[in-house]
Design a protein around this ligand. Structure first.
Ligand SMILES: Nc1ncnc2c1ncn2[C@@H]1O[C@H](COP(=O)(O)OP(=O)(O)OP(=O)(O)O)[C@@H](O)[C@H]1O
Length: 705
């Protein structure tokens, strides 16, 4: 199975610490996208759920973080004193916080002095001058007094003018606290960023302006520059912006992203029109990021063409890989990673092999392995949970067996020891915890012991050491075994559809009118379907009746139009061919290949949801031919496959699930298209017959005497 032999995964090498080396099966995509990111190209990753899109981007983030020179930056917002509703957001490089904060403190002018203050200043000035001028001759006095009064008045008016002019310029009343005018740090980016955002979260993606908490404009409430919320597009400046779930991206958001990609900057304004934030808008803020988007294959239909055009790389991730030894080793590497990354118990060789088989089954082919690894990861975790649960109960049995602690016996001495010492004894408390943990019960006892406390203490210590050893053993991690993995698979707890299908089969199978040992019957054949899109197959009894009638028509029961029309046309053409080349005889007076006077009824018996799909065309077609030509069909087989006009059997999906269903209903044979035979995983217990053409089908299907 694998290139190395091992007992448990503990024998295998540790996984690489670098996330990029942990991505398996997507080598080509990793190389392309890594190259794109290094060159700052935008990329779109498409693929099935759980194939590793997010994991890859996270790994790129890790790589880029340590690559090349990066100058840390800080984004701050400052009040705009000219227009408070337009705060200024700036990106400053380097470690700027201490540098900018004191410097940027805006200066607020004081209130202009009042008239009274000015008159008092003038009077004071005159008095001081007169005091200094004592002794000056009277002739000069008048001139000096006049001059000083004029000078004083002039000075007072200059002060008044400057004060009024300055205060108007500031235009901020002195009731604003200086703290409100300080710049605010919005975001510090110490290393190259990888920012993840969901496509539907507009605020997270593009930023917003908070509603003013006090409902009014500044200065009553919080000033606008303190209400700015940066978007992921701004926080991803100089790094990667990873947007997943692209299906949910609103069209207007796509336009904003497009502008951001183009201009490498985007302003933030309030997104809620009913909020006071709506009147606020910042200047355009730098956002030079590399965009990586991801989604499932059909999600692209939601993306607008102009945005799609700006995405340079569009990469589709694989959902399966070839089933080679090299790739099975990769799957093993994945199992080891999951165990290590999630701190799980090791896994045995047999359990790992079972996971490989499951990977085959989920891929739909023996020659492939699924790369929808999230599903496998979930199964590993669930098997671990089962294994861990089992460990506890096994440990419990071990203790009981060794007599280390008689947990089932409420009269047992161990109960007494615990009971007596648990009062104020830490170790007894610990013992109680361990016991409770192992039994899953809450310990309780009312008995007393006649031993001395010291004796009990010694005994207790011995038992505690036993229990500690057991606890240690729990930590030694008993491996996840084959049975644990099988249990997860049998219960189907990893898939909702599988459980619904299992439930359906369990409750319905016994009522189904299916007889694998029945006599050959005209117009009755057993087809195969996959229930709920995955996981389980089911057998469907298809019945057709062709009657002579003056007004030809077709009635379809539990079958949708296209498949039936297709099959009727095919059956008509192929039956003519089979009769004309002598492969099939025309039997009885009702037989005939001319449909122009026939009434045709086709039923998918006991199928209560509409069935459609190409894989039933061979069955329906053979059933119609049987009815048209009145030739019985053998009942010991099921068939799946699609027929074309040349009579070639074409490939279908879910071949393994269908074969299992035929086995389940105890059919002896199952007919499958030849091209699907290579996908068949398990042929035990049933004869799987690969068929290439209609001619090969005839002797297998019809009971021709
Ligand atoms: N190629 C892979 N190599 C290794 N582990 C993988 C790979 N793909 C998936 N996994 C495992 O599955 C988990 C989920 O994968 P991830 O979230 O990357 O899938 P996704 O493609 O982004 O899925 P979705 O489309 O649902 O978001 C990963 O954390 C990892 O444990």
């Amino acid at each position: 199975m694998f290139s190395t032999k091992f007992t448990t995964t503990d024998d295998l090498p540790e996984p690489s610490p670098n996330l990029i080396n942990q991505v398996i099966g997507q080598d080509e995509a990793v190389e392309i996208v890594l190259n794109a990111v290094k060159n700052k190209r935008h990329a779109l990753l498409l693929g099935d759920p759980g194939v590793g899109k997010s994991m890859m981007v996270k790994a790129f983030g890790e790589l880029l973080e340590n690559s090349g020179h990066f100058t840390p930056y800080t984004i701050i917002s400052k009040p705009n004193l000219k227009n408070t509703e337009k705060p200024m957001v700036e990106l400053l490089e380097g470690n700027v916080i201490e540098r900018i904060m004191p410097e940027e403190k805006p200066k607020v002018m004081r209130q202009p002095p009042s008239m009274l203050t000015l008159v008092l200043i003038m009077l004071g000035f005159i008095l001081v001058t007169q005091f200094l001028l004592k002794g000056v001759p009277e002739t000069q006095m008048l001139g000096i007094v006049a001059t000083t009064t004029i000078v004083g008045t002039l000075i007072a008016f200059i002060i008044l003018f400057l004060a009024i002019f300055g205060a108007t310029k500031a235009s901020m009343p002195n009731s604003i606290s200086p703290a409100d005018l300080k710049p605010m740090v919005l975001y510090e980016c110490p290393k190259r960023p990888l920012v993840r955002a969901s496509a539907y979260n507009t605020t997270k993606l593009l930023g917003d302006i908070k509603h003013c908490p006090l409902g009014g404009k500044p200065p009553i409430g919080t000033p606008p520059h303190k209400r700015v919320i940066l978007g992921a597009i701004h926080e991803a400046h100089k790094g990667i912006l990873y947007v997943d779930e692209i299906k949910t991206m609103p069209l207007d958001v796509q336009d904003y992203i497009l502008t951001a990609i183009q201009d490498k900057k985007l302003a933030i304004s309030g997104r809620n029109p009913n909020s006071s934030g709506a009147s606020v808008e910042t200047n355009p803020i730098p956002c030079d990021f590399t965009l990586i988007m991801s989604g499932n294959m059909d999600d692209v239909s939601n993306l607008r063409a102009p945005l799609m055009d700006r995405i340079d790389y569009k990469v589709v991730l694989k959902n399966k890989m070839d089933n080679t030894t090299e790739n099975r080793d990769k799957l093993l590497q994945f199992i080891v990673q999951e165990i290590k990354n999630n701190n799980l118990n090791p896994m045995t060789y047999e359990a790992c092999c079972e996971l490989v088989k499951l990977a085959q089954l989920l891929s739909g082919s023996k020659n492939k392995l699924t790369l929808r690894l999230r599903r496998l990861s979930n199964i590993i975790k669930m098997a671990n949970d089962i294994a861990t649960g089992k460990e506890l109960s096994e440990s419990l049995n071990e203790f009981t067996k060794n007599g280390a602690l008689d947990l089932d016996d409420n009269e047992g001495e161990s109960d007494l020891i615990i009971e007596q010492l648990s009062q104020g004894d830490k170790e007894a408390g610990k013992l109680k915890n361990v016991v409770n943990k192992i039994t899953g019960k809450t310990y309780k006892s009312t008995k007393k012991s006649n031993k001395s406390v010291d004796e009990l203490r010694i005994e207790l210590k011995a038992r505690i050491s036993d229990l500690n050893a057991a606890e240690g053993k729990l930590k030694d991690k008993k491996p996840i075994e084959l049975a644990d993995v099988e249990r997860v698979l049998d219960t189907g707890i990893y898939s909702m559809q599988k459980q619904v299908a299992m439930d359906y089969l369990e409750n319905f199978k016994e009522y189904k009118n299916i007889h694998p040992n029945g006599e050959p019957t005209v117009g009755v054949i057993h087809g195969l379907a996959v229930l709920g899109g995955e996981g389980l197959g089911d057998v469907t009894r298809i019945i057709t009746k062709v009657l002579n009638a003056k007004n030809p028509k077709t009635s379809l029961l539990n079958i949708t139009g296209d498949i039936a029309k297709h099959s009727i046309t095919l059956a008509s053409a192929l039956s003519k061919k089979l009769v004309s080349d002598g492969t099939l005889p025309l039997k009885g007076k009702d037989g005939g290949t001319d449909l122009s006077e026939k009434e045709i009824y086709i039923q998918f018996s006991q199928s209560y949801s509409k069935i459609d799909g190409d894989s039933a065309t061979a069955a329906v077609c053979l059933s119609i031919i049987s009815s048209l030509l009145n030739i019985p069909i053998k009942q010991d087989f099921c068939i799946t496959g699609s027929l074309d006009l040349n009579g070639d059997m074409l490939a279908i999906g879910g071949v393994n699930e269908k074969i299992n269903a035929a086995k389940e209903y105890q059919f002896r044979r199952v007919i499958v298209p030849y091209s699907n035979y290579k996908d068949v995983i398990n042929i035990e217990g049933i004869e799987v017959i690969p068929v290439k053409t209609l001619d090969e089908l005839i002797p297998l299907v019809f009971d021709i005497q």
